[in-house]
Design a protein around this ligand. Structure first.
Ligand code: HEM
Length: 410
């Protein structure tokens, strides 16, 4: 039975909740922490302890692509391009359970090392400066900081790490945009699926050629490192290298773009905290930006067993959205959770997830955000919001589509 809380029609995709999901998440956390949504035919779990426990619980499975592909895309009428696109997603570790997940993660960790990330630090700074030079060169004192700064920065960084030649990077970004529709568009959204499937085919064809080229001519890049990542038991197959390349491209910039945007937005609204920002943000400060308003609005799981939680009966096969964004504002864990405090220490936030799927790219995300946010504040004097930002209307992720700002010129 759904408790009568007035939250029966709660909708995280209502106009208000897309702009600011936190009041609704607070109401759910307090009154209906394990909420059944008839609209999305899914559960929403919002308390810190429950989200943490579920992310560590094998009954909450990450393997949600393969069952969809088997149910919807294996028949004779299914679109072969869409089937192939879902085949690539199926090879993403983020959609796998053990033991496949452990294997893919172990092999990728051999290529995507802390050293490879640290080596990018000077490049991140150079690229960020170049982009801000371009923003300033326009001379209008106006910009969209997602379009002109956060997005091209993070996309260039991951493309460069993978070893994608410079002249191909624009194209690379277009494909990535199309794939976003496939991943975040919701299963069953056919228009987004069509464009996403086409983008996926073009990108995987492209990466296939690039992998073949890197096999012949190894470079000092992530794709080469993935091709040669092996241990005494195993190695990545060529298809897995391509799928993991797509995953890194995608995971490597959509989320970090969002965090650079929301981080700057939060600081623009809080002059006291903004005054604390000098030089590079340390990991603690980046993590507070992530706790306060991070990209992981929800992460999805599918139950492989029945689960009882806070008196609610959840059934095998049910879809569950676990909300790091809500957990990170849980007042039973964080003091004054709705206040941004860059000096905050204490309980760990869930913005990068927790458990087996904890974000593999966290060091890169911290590095990029720690450089990008202070640099934008430093180089764009009098930076302020120019108009209401436009937010992505999606359940899984929180980020701005458009972030219009003004700054002083001359
Ligand atoms: C602020 C930026 C980022 C945020 C908020 C973020 C968030 C997350 C979260 C919440 C998960 C766990 C998903 C789950 O449990 O289902 C995850 C996984 C992952 N992230 Fe990130 N991420 C960010 C940046 C990056 C970057 C820069 C990369 C790589 C270049 C990356 C690569 C990955 C990968 C490969 C996984 C899958 C790990 C696994 O399944 O074992 N992420 N991320």
């Amino acid at each position: 039975m759904t408790p009568m809380t007035g939250l029966e029609h709660a909708d995280l995709l209502s106009d208000d909740a897309v702009i600011d999901p936190y009041p609704l998440l607070a109401a759910l956390r307090e009154h209906d922490p394990v909420h059944w949504s008839t609209r999305y035919r899914s559960w929403f779990v919002t308390r810190y302890d429950d989200v943490t426990a579920a992310l560590r619980d094998p009954r909450f499975s990450s393997d949600r692509i393969a069952p969809y592909r088997r149910a919807k895309l294996d028949g004779p009428d299914a679109d072969p391009e869409l089937r192939a696109a879902f085949g690539v997603l199926e090879d993403w570790m983020v959609f796998k359970d053990p033991p496949d997940h452990r294997r893919l993660r172990r092999l990728l960790a051999r290529a995507f090392t802390p050293r490879a990330v640290a080596l990018m630090a000077p490049r991140i700074r150079v690229i960020a400066h170049e982009l801000l030079d371009d923003v300033l060169a326009v001379g209008s004192g106006e910009s969209d900081l997602v379009r002109d700064f956060a997005y091209p920065l993070t996309a260039s960084v991951i493309a460069e790490m993978l070893g994608v030649p410079k002249q191909d990077r624009e194209q690379f970004k277009d494909w990535s945009d199309q794939i976003t529709g496939l991943v975040f568009g919701g299963l069953g959204n056919t228009t987004r699926h069509d464009a996403g499937a086409r983008g996926m085919r073009e990108l995987t064809d492209y990466l296939g050629r690039l992998v073949a080229d890197h096999e012949q001519h190894p470079g000092d890049d992530l794709l080469t490192a993935m091709i040669s990542a092996r241990d005494d038991r195993d190695a990545l197959t060529p298809d897995e290298v391509i799928a993991t390349g797509v995953l890194l491209l995608f995971a490597g910039h959509e989320t970090t773009t969002s965090l650079i945007g929301t981080g700057l937005l939060a600081l623009l609204g809080d002059p006291e905290q903004r005054d604390l920002v000098t030089g590079t943000l340390d990991d603690g400060a980046v993590d507070e930006l992530l706790r306060f308003d991070g990209p992981a609005k929800t992460v999805a799981r599918v139950l492989v067993d029945d689960v009882e939680l806070r008196g609610r009966s959840m059934h095998r096969g049910d879809r569950v959205f676990l909300s790091p964004a809500s957990a990170n504002r849980d007042p039973s864990v964080f003091e004054r959770p709705d206040v941004l405090d860059l000096t905050r220490t204490g309980e760990r936030h869930l913005g990068f997830g927790i458990g087996a799927h904890f974000c593999l790219g966290a060091p890169l995300a911290r590095l990029e955000t720690g450089v990008a946010v202070p640099l934008a504040l430093e180089r764009l004097p009098g930076l302020r919001l120019a108009a209401t930002p436009q937010w992505h209307p999606v359940l899984l992720s929180r980020g701005m589509e458009r972030f219009p700002v003004r700054f002083d010129v001359g």
